[in-house]
Design a protein around this ligand. Sequence first.
Ligand SMILES: [Zn+2]
Ligand SMILES: [Zn+2]
Ligand SMILES: [Zn+2]
Ligand SMILES: [Zn+2]
Length: 196
Amino acid sequence: MPKRNTATPPPPTTDRPGPQRESPDNLNPPTLGRCGICLGAEKVRTLIQLHRRAPVPGTGWGCVVCNLPADGAIGVACDACCEKLGDQLPGALRWICVGYAAEDRRLSYSPDEAVPPERAFDHDRALHIELWKCAVCGCTNDNPCDDGDAPCFWLSASLCSACASDDQRDAHSKALYEFRARQHAEFHRWIHSYKP
Ligand SMILES: [Zn+2]
Ligand SMILES: [Zn+2]
Ligand SMILES: [Zn+2]
Ligand SMILES: [Zn+2]
């Protein structure tokens, strides 16, 4: 197995331009350390969330929607690199953060490197309806396709009603009916046991 390159990047450059007029940027100096692409320290204020675990657990990105701990790896980028690279930004990342970005410790990184399953880190898509996509027609939550006279609805995180077979639709209606019936019973139980 190839050994991970753990070389540290060169120390931050100390030569600064002469005195600067106070601008909003100077009043709020960037605190994210050096850019993970060019290693520049100017206007580093974009975070890139990677689908792998951070070198130091608890110092990365997490998600309250699907209850992910803050264990996802993060890269940071400067405004100049963001402007130059646009959508290609994540693919150009060469250093990721070790600990919090502001600590300015970096680990060499290659976007093409395969992520072993135990290092993978991602949202639980089932809990993010905005990420759902029909595997058959490619429709999304924001862009439903036509199902007869109405927009399609979800049968699962990867299947919309317009692309489902009759059997799948029947199974879904039955499951939905049973779910509602169960909720209804719960509701009645709750009403009857509620004593202020
Ligand atoms: Zn940069
Ligand atoms: Zn999530
Ligand atoms: Zn579909
Ligand atoms: Zn659809």
